[in-house]
Each structure stands twice: as structure tokens, then as C-alpha cells.
Design a protein around this ligand. Structure first.
Ligand code: AMP
Ligand code: ZN
Length: 114
């Protein structure tokens, strides 16, 4: 755990979250400022900064993608877009890797808008 990391604090249950799926490797919770009717974040319990670091950790990468799969099933999403922002210029504000799952806004997400 990284003490000043917002998402590590959610993992530690120091900050409440609207959890939609959890297992021993990941947590998925609703984004506090949703950009679509359904907007969920999937994070590993382990602190990993971004997708480049995640990509070097095959087990964690599979865990996060399995979390995406589990959320899509849990919420019965007929379609969704998945975004990983990487670096501040991309809009990454929390340096603990998270997959955004966005659904319910039709085509707009297909063009990478956020
Ligand atoms: P990013 O901008 O890609 O780093 O995404 C971070 C996301 O975390 C943003 O969409 C925020 O709205 C969301 N967020 C920030 N604080 C919280 C929180 N306490 N609970 C849920 N989502 C949050
Ligand atoms: Zn963290």
C-alpha cells in the first residue's frame, strides 16, 4: 500500500466506494464523477502505477482484464468502452492503474472522448 495513494486507500477501506465487483486481486467501483450512465473503475489491489507497469506483470494484467469481464457480466453491459489513461497529459489523475469501463452513451466513447 502507498499511503498517499487514493486508490490504495479505497483498497484498504479507508475511503468508501460504491463497489460493484471484488475478488482477492481486484476491486471495481463506480466513478465518483461519472462520464457516462455506467462508469466503473477496475483497479488491482496491488499498487501498480499505470498500464506500462501493468503490462510487465502478466498475472496482474490478467487479473485486471478478468475484473473488466466480471463487471461486464455483473452489470449485464451489452457494450462498453475501456480506457486506460497514462500520464498526466492524457488525463491520468490517480497514479494507481485503473481501467475505466464506460457504457450507455452510445457512440461517443468509440472516439476516445472522455
Ligand atoms: P483518471 O483521470 O484516468 O486518473 O481517472 C481517475 C478517476 O477517478 C476520475 O474519473 C475520477 O472521477 C475518479 N475518482 C476520483 N476520486 C474517486 C473516488 N473517491 N471514488 C471513485 N472515483 C473517484
Ligand atoms: Zn495505489
Amino acid at each position: 500500500m502507498v499511503a498517499d495513494c487514493l486508490f490504495c486507500r479505497i483498497v484498504a477501506e479507508e475511503i468508501p466506494a460504491d463497489v460493484v465487483y471484488t475478488d482477492d486481486r481486484v476491486i471495481a467501483f463506480r466513478d465518483i464523477m461519472p462520464k457516462a450512465p455506467t462508469h466503473v473503475l477496475v483497479i488491482p489491489r496491488e499498487h501498480i502505477a499505470d498500464i506500462t507497469e501493468l503490462g510487465a506483470n502478466r498475472e496482474a494484467a490478467a487479473d485486471v482484464l478478468n475484473g473488466v469481464r466480471a463487471v461486464s457480466r455483473q452489470l449485464e453491459l451489452p457494450y462498453f468502452t475501456t480506457i486506460f489513461n497514462t500520464g498526466p497529459e492524457s488525463g491520468q489523475t490517480v497514479l494507481h492503474v485503473h481501467a475505466h469501463i464506460l457504457s450507455g452513451s452510445g457512440q461517443m466513447w468509440a472516439h476516445g472522448q472522455k
